[in-house]
Design a protein around this ligand. Structure first.
Ligand code: CTP
Length: 482
């Protein structure tokens, strides 16, 4: 008999589950992510309980003791119960076999060991006993603890079986390797697993796009997303999931001149965004990270070699912005304001730098503020992240210039309040003043006023806007009715 005193099951809820299981005469275990995270010292309130018997029956009996409410998922044979901030998911131990065309397994009752064997990784297949006689004992038949301390992602079964059964696990392996490496302790996926992913990559076809994107999002939200995207690339998954990103790879050389390797550059920019957010104490912004990932997506289509001057990617930001909706649609991502935000940042990502190359005039700064609106700070963060040159003199020059743009942005915003620009002249006002119905004159007058404000010819206020609008209206033959 092993008694373990690690304290991982000190929360009284585990004692309750243990008592109830014992009174029902079934064996129950805590399994999966919670056990893994205990050893990693990471808080986790999602607790999976596996029982050699009915998970639903055990959940029901536990709920009676805790006066909780059980939600039963009949199709999956699972039941969920919330208790003091923790979410407990109960499931009967099972062995599974899979059909080739689906992630949905054929499920049969099984033992704990059979259940552990069907799980994705050794580090996710460990269990703590809830039996009275060995409460808290670690049940680790595949060396999960060893793999956790050595930083190894490995499947309990032959990886071809594990990945072919549920191809989402290929992305999960990459996500875990990337996420767990964050803690300063590198994790690697064993070579047999990486080879197996290469062999099984076409199995991704049976996954829903939503599940794939969920994993991409989780990888993007880590502190070094580049690691995950490189692994996806090396295993051939990226080409199937985000072909437009794969196309950024490689360097073409003409007349001895090569261009920037845009794939590495892009990944560096995503990592830079992650580091900048952390340094500034900001919450990770998923959509800013998507914008970083896609910021140069238009480069392959805009690439030209101009004899005498070299490579150009002229207009890649416009092409890139146009590609964003298609990419979101292909991945079944929301085509809402999040997509528009990503599209906007991709389209504007060169503007602050372009300002620096020219003279930083007030009107150029006003136009930038007008176009970026409330997303100006995110755009500036992206722009800074986009500086990946290895030439320190160049880097400090661009950074200093971007600082200048930032100061100007503050100055101009204080003076002219362009960030949430609202035209001081409304359509209703024009119609009432001149007694005219809706028509093109209204658009002409409003545009005229907006341009004058952005150019700095007049201030952003009603008096000056009204005077200018009346002058222009007179030229159009409009006369005030009162
Ligand atoms: N699991 C699996 N195959 C999957 C998904 C999950 O074998 N495709 C098993 C693993 O044992 C995993 C457990 O189910 O630990 C719970 O899965 P999930 O809640 O998705 O992940 P966690 O491991 O808890 O990790 P996280 O919450 O950080 O995603």
């Amino acid at each position: 008999m092993t008694t373990v005193t690690h304290g991982f099951l000190d929360d009284p809820v585990f004692g309750i589950v243990s008592d109830v299981a014992s009174s029902l005469g079934v064996r129950a275990y805590v399994i999966g992510g919670y056990v893994r995270d205990c050893f990693l010292g990471r808080p986790n309130d999602d607790i999976d309980i596996v029982v050699e018997g009915s998970g639903i029956a055990l959940a029901g009996a536990v709920a009676q003791r805790t006066s909780g409410k059980v939600t039963v998922f009949k199709n999956f044979g699972t039941a969920m119960l919330r208790h003091k901030g923790k979410e407990l998911e109960f499931v009967g131990a099972r062995k599974e076999s899979y059909h080739r065309e689906s992630r949905k397994p054929v499920v049969e009752d099984g033992t704990l060991e059979e259940d552990q064997l069907r799980r994705d990784f050794t580090i996710n297949a460990m269990a703590f006993s809830l039996q009275k006689e060995d409460y808290g004992a670690l049940v680790d038949p595949f060396g999960g603890i060893r793999d956790l301390s050595e930083g190894i992602i490995r499947t309990p079964l032959d990886p071809d079986t594990t990945y072919s059964d549920d191809p989402l696990r290929m992305l999960r392996a990459i996500r875990f390797a990337t996420r767990l490496s964050e803690e300063g302790h590198p994790f690697t996926i064993v070579p047999e697993s990486l080879d197996s992913m290469r062999r099984n990559r076409d199995r991704l076809a049976i996954l829903s796009k939503e599940r794939i994107v969920e994993e991409l999002d989780k990888i993007l939200l880590t502190s070094r997303p580049s690691m995950g995207f490189r692994l996806m690339d090396e295993t051939g998954l990226l080409e199937l999931i985000l072909p437009a990103l794969s196309r950024l790879k490689g360097v073409e050389t003409v007349d001895g001149k090569g261009h920037k390797e845009n794939f590495s550059h892009t990944l560096q920019v995503v990592d830079n965004v992650a580091s900048a957010e952390a340094a500034q104490g900001l919450e990770p912004n998923l959509w800013l990270r998507w914008a970083a990932l896609l910021h140069d997506i238009g480069k392959p289509s805009s690439k030209r070699f101009v004899p005498g001057s070299g490579w150009t990617f002229h207009g890649h930001e416009v092409i890139g912005a146009r590609m964003v909706p298609g990419i979101f649609q292909q991945l079944k991502m929301p085509l809402n304001e999040k997509m528009k935000y990503v599209q906007k940042l991709v389209g504007l990502h060169l503007r602050p730098i372009a300002l620096v190359d020219e003279e930083v005039t007030d009107s150029a700064v006003r136009r930038l503020l007008f176009d970026a609106g409330d997303d100006i700070d995110d755009l500036m963060l992206l722009c800074n992240a986009d500086i990946t040159s290895k030439n320190p003199a160049k880097v400090s020059r661009i950074r200093a210039n971007l600082e200048l743009v930032k100061r100007k942005l503050v100055e101009v915003e204080e003076k002219d309040a362009i960030r949430n620009f609202k035209n001081p002249i409304t359509g209703e006002y024009v119609m009432e003043l001149f007694g005219i119905p809706p028509g093109k004159e209204i658009g002409i007058l409003k545009e005229y006023v907006k341009e004058a404000i952005l150019e700095g010819e007049i201030g952003n206020n009603f008096e000056e806007a009204d005077a200018l609008m009346r002058k222009r209206a007179a030229e159009l033959g409009l006369v005030p009715v009162k």
